[in-house]
Design a protein around this ligand. Structure first.
Ligand SMILES: *[C@@H]1O[C@H](CO)[C@@H](O)[C@H](O)[C@H]1NC(C)=O
Length: 327
């Protein structure tokens, strides 16, 4: 029988070529944390739902020090903590870029630093994971040759940085996490964690069927469901760098008045299709262009709607799960 499942070709190839330990597929973000290594997978149900982040616990005093490199025409950005215990390879989503994962800084003046992406990197570093983000050739990942290209880059990078012996785990978001056809589950397929937003019903059905197929093949699989989040007056200020409480509160009131959110604060629609930018002019809300606060707000509104967006809210669970698989 032919098994058809959609799994990240990058993470799969990494799993085959390296000792990939864990795969996190964030759908919605799909996070497939694949242990690309031969380490034993330990059963460890995800029970905690705490939303504290390691980077918060350890403080934000740490300045990012990403390294930007062009390898055979491909931009890669990476950062390693002292004494990394594992390497986190990240496959971004359609239209994504490694530049979204670090804030603008001396070593990366073109970095955009989207809030969720940069938070995931900070949390990864705080958990002692080295982070490597590779850009796709086209806006979305293409398969075939590109999987070889990415695989070569990972191998080259691991060797250059003396990290070949360190467990390698993968996190693929959206296009970076799913959408490849797999006719059968390769032996040694790594434990996989799906982090997804069930409001996206079609993807939730797919995730569910992939979980069943992988489990049947003896692969350890877990899932984290990310639900919609109600806005409050402060919510945007708490998550968007460069937005203060006053502006956050103004936006919240204006969204209510416009009917973009319901009386309980829930977004009625995705941030991408909500004409929320209209309220800026109408309410004389001046936002800086640098950092790109509009882009940040957009991401957070998508996250609040809970349909398809990167999220760092579950990163504590994600890294606990990864930690439990790489020991
Ligand atoms: C760069 O391209 C060359 C020629 O195609 C290839 O042999 C080499 O492995 C590539 N290097 C990396 C790091 O991918």
């Amino acid at each position: 029988m032919l098994i058809k499942t959609n799994q990240s070709p990058f993470l799969r190839r990494a799993a085959q070529n390296f000792r990939l330990s864990v795969l996190v597929i964030t759908l919605g973000l799909v996070v497939a944390v694949t242990l690309l290594s031969s380490h034993h997978a330990v059963e460890r149900p995800v029970t905690e739902r705490g939303h504290t982040h390691a980077s918060e616990t350890l403080g934000f005093a740490k300045f990012p020090k990403p390294t930007v490199e062009i390898v055979n025409g491909t931009e890669i950005i990476w950062e390693t903590p002292d004494d990394p215990k594992a390497v986190l390879f990240v496959a971004h989503g359609c239209g994504g870029s490694p530049r979204n994962f670090w804030v603008r800084c001396l070593t990366c003046p073109k970095c955009v630093g989207l809030p969720e992406e940069s938070k995931i990197v900070l949390d990864a570093l705080a958990h002692k994971y080295a982070v490597l983000v590779v850009s796709s050739t086209k806006p979305c990942w293409t398969y075939g040759q590109e999987t070889i290209r990415v695989s070569d880059i990972i191998r080259w990078w691991l060797e250059k940085n003396g990290l070949v012996q360190v467990p390698l785990v993968g996190l693929g978001a959206s296009s970076g996490g799913l959408y490849d056809q797999m006719d059968s589950i390769p032996s040694g397929y790594p434990p996989t964690l799906f982090v997804h937003m069930p409001k996206d019903f079609e993807r939730a059905i797919k995730v569910d069927s992939h979980i069943k197929i992988l489990r049947k093949a003896g692969v350890e699989v877990e899932e984290i469901k990310c639900m919609e989040i109600p806005l409050t007056t402060n919510w945007l200020a708490e998550r968007v760098p460069g937005l203060d409480r006053k502006m956050s509160s103004k936006l919240f009131e204006a969204f209510l008045e416009k009917g973009y959110i319901d009386p309980n604060g829930y977004m009625k629609n995705d941030g991408r299709v909500t004409p929320w930018r209209e309220v800026l002019k109408e309410n004389n809300i001046a936002l800086p262009f640098m950092p790109p606060v509009r882009q940040y707000i957009q991401e957070e509104l998508n996250l609040a709607y809970g349909y398809h967006e990167m999220t760092s809210l579950q990163s504590n669970e994600i890294f606990q799960w990864l930690d439990s698989h790489i020991k």
